[in-house]
Design a protein around this ligand. Structure first.
Ligand code: UD1
Ligand code: UDP
Length: 355
């Protein structure tokens, strides 16, 4: 049997994660990777730009299943991924993170009895109202091998009875990416003046008009004393369309490529976000962060004093968390996400198990 694995990606953060593991797999040699893009993200600035900048090769298959309700999107992916797995006949299926593409890949592999490998396993927000929490719990339950980024993730899995040797703590592949691409980020400052970088895209924050309005109210308040730059996710853009007053005074950008994002993050005074990846990148870049959510999966950043949570329903709480982040000295940096070789560990393990 050929040493073949089938990798599923579909959403922006997965391109960043998969780029590192695919590169490490090629360097190891001996494993053939079939790359399947579900098409969940499809705009050039949500998808192709990451393939270009991160040097990911063209997917072998693009299923072109973007948009739609959770059920419709996941169901269509399940049908198409099942077909792709049957055609490729891989030894294992590799999925990343917690999106609907992850869920569909996990279900398709499990139903076909093909071993499932999950990168970024073990994260928990303990909030099942989040679609991502459901997706990651299912993927972790079904996975044969769980590559956990942190010791907290390993503990979360242990609490659910998922233990070594299924679980391997490898470090965070997003940290690998941030380190690896640091040199390619333009050394010149993004803009000379101080600014706050914000990203908002989580369904629970954007789909509830009162929450979105509280968040944007906070950003407008902050923008009166410091420039606020908001690269706008298409989900959020759709929610504010036709209501420019909501973002008055805020500098709106289209979604930016990975290298531009790293530069924006690096040069920001404070980052305000509800993104999982951006919370960690703030820490990687040494920038204080406010997470506009009631809970986070990346609890170690809050415990270490690098990140603070702000209630998305209270614009005053967001503004005061921002003021605290701006004012308070940052704690010393401690290693929380491995040593930059997580992807090598994942690839080495895959090469070992697929021989
Ligand atoms: C998805 C993930 C989320 C992740 C985020 C990363 C799920 C359930 N959610 O959320 O966990 O944090 O990706 O960014 O999988 N759209 C476009 N162009 C695109 C992509 C999306 O216009 O290239 C629009 C479409 O109208 C689409 C909407 O954005 O319906 C939402 O996209 P979707 O992929 O369903 O969810 P995200 O909010 O991106
Ligand atoms: N990102 C980007 N351009 C943007 C916003 C985010 O390149 O305009 C990158 C960001 O640097 C990180 C990843 O996308 O590497 C995070 O994705 P996102 O916030 O969409 O999803 P999450 O991490 O919350 O699942």
């Amino acid at each position: 049997m050929p040493n073949r694995i089938l990798t599923i990606v579909g959403a922006r953060p997965q391109f960043v994660k998969a780029a590192m593991v695919s590169r490490a797999l090629s360097a190891f040699g001996g494993v053939e990777e079939v790359l399947v893009h579900t098409g969940q993200h499809y705009d050039d600035n949500m998808s192709s730009v990451f393939f270009r900048e991160l040097g990911i090769r063209e997917p072998d298959l693009n299923l072109q299943i973007g948009s739609g309700s959770h059920g419709a999107q996941t169901g269509q992916m399940l049908v198409a991924i099942e077909r792709a797995i049957v055609d490729a006949d891989p030894r294992a299926v590799l999925v990343y993170g917690d999106t609907n593409s992850t869920l569909a890949g996990a279900l398709a592999a499990a139903k076909l009895g093909v071993p499932l490998l999950h990168v970024e396993a073990g994260l928990r927000s303990f909030n099942r109202a989040m679609p991502e929490e459901v997706n990651r719990v299912v993927a972790d339950t079904l996975a044969s091998v769980l590559y956990a980024p942190t010791s907290r993730a390993v503990e979360n899995l242990a609490a659910e009875g998922i233990l070594a040797p299924r679980v391997l703590e490898v470090g965070d592949v997003m940290y690998d990416a941030a380190l690896s691409f640091r040199e390619r980020v333009s050394p010149s400052r993004y803009i000379a003046a101080p600014y706050v970088l914000a990203t908002i895209h989580r369904a629970e924050n954007t789909d509830d008009p009162s929450r979105l309005s509280a968040i944007l109210d906070a950003l407008r308040t902050i923008a009166r004393s410091c420039a606020v730059i908001l690269p706008l996710h298409p989900r959020t853009r759709a929610r504010i369309e036709g209501n420019p007053a909501l973002v008055e005074g805020i500098q709106i950008l289209k979604p930016v490529g990975y290298l531009e994002m790293l530069r924006l993050e690096r040069d920001a005074a404070v980052i305000l976000t509800d993104s999982g990846g951006v919370q960690k990148e703030a820490f990687f870049q040494g920038v204080p962060c406010v997470t506009i959510r009631r809970e986070t999966e990346w609890v170690e950043l809050v415990e270490a004093g690098w990140n603070r949570l702000a209630d998305p329903e209270r614009s005053d709480a967001i503004v005061s968390a921002y003021e605290g982040a701006l004012r308070d000295a940052l704690p010393a940096k401690i290693p929380l996400y491995g040593d930059g070789a997580a992807a090598q560990r994942v690839a080495g393990h895959i090469a070992g198990i697929s021989r």
